[in-house]
Ligand binder design. Structure first.
Ligand code: THU
Length: 158
């Protein structure tokens, strides 16, 4: 995980981040008050966004990253993924904070996507409009992750 400045992002990644920041307004976070948005950048520059969607039963909450991946899968474009950007801010105040790092469940999803793509997936995360964010990858976020590929001979779907 390395620090990265907005100005160091390529123009498509920066646009994905800006779109994710705009989409933060659509976050449904009545319980935590933490608005999270993710933008999956595709190879043609298109961005599939997702937001966190909190449930009154808390544990059923969906994270922004998995919402974006589900939407990309539904649209049939997930295999064009080039990177994912994450944006977060408090709903009710503008205080600064560290960039969000994906939760364990999202790390597993990102890791599985990177297996499907046959390449690592860059992950960028920025807090609100902060200039400095963080740069990492799906594989770095979850080394040694579980994948059915490793168990192919016993996979009943083969
Ligand atoms: N959240 C995400 O959307 N992505 C993450 O990787 C970590 C956490 C959301 C879930 C919940 O709505 C809020 O942040 C507080 O945990």
């Amino acid at each position: 995980m390395n620090p990265i400045l907005r100005s160091e992002l390529d123009s498509n990644t920066r646009k994905a981040l800006e779109l994710a920041e705009t989409t933060l307004a659509n976050s449904h976070c009545p319980h935590s008050g933490l608005c999270v948005s993710a933008g999956l950048l595709l190879e043609d520059g298109q961005v599939i966004t997702g937001i966190n969607y909190e449930s009154d039963s808390y544990g059923l909450t969906l994270c922004a990253e998995r919402t974006a991946l589900s939407r990309a899968q539904a649209k049939g474009v997930i295999e064009k993924a080039m990177a994912i950007v994450i944006s977060a801010r408090w709903r009710a105040n503008a205080s600064a904070s560290e960039p969000l790092t994906p939760c364990g469940a999202c790390r597993q999803w990102l890791s599985e996507l990177s297996h499907r793509l046959g390449r690592d997936l860059p992950v960028y995360s920025f807090w609100a409009s902060e200039e400095s964010g963080l740069s990492t990858t799906a594989r770095e976020l979850l080394p040694g992750s579980f994948s059915l590929d490793q168990h192919e001979p016993d996979n009943p779907t083969n």
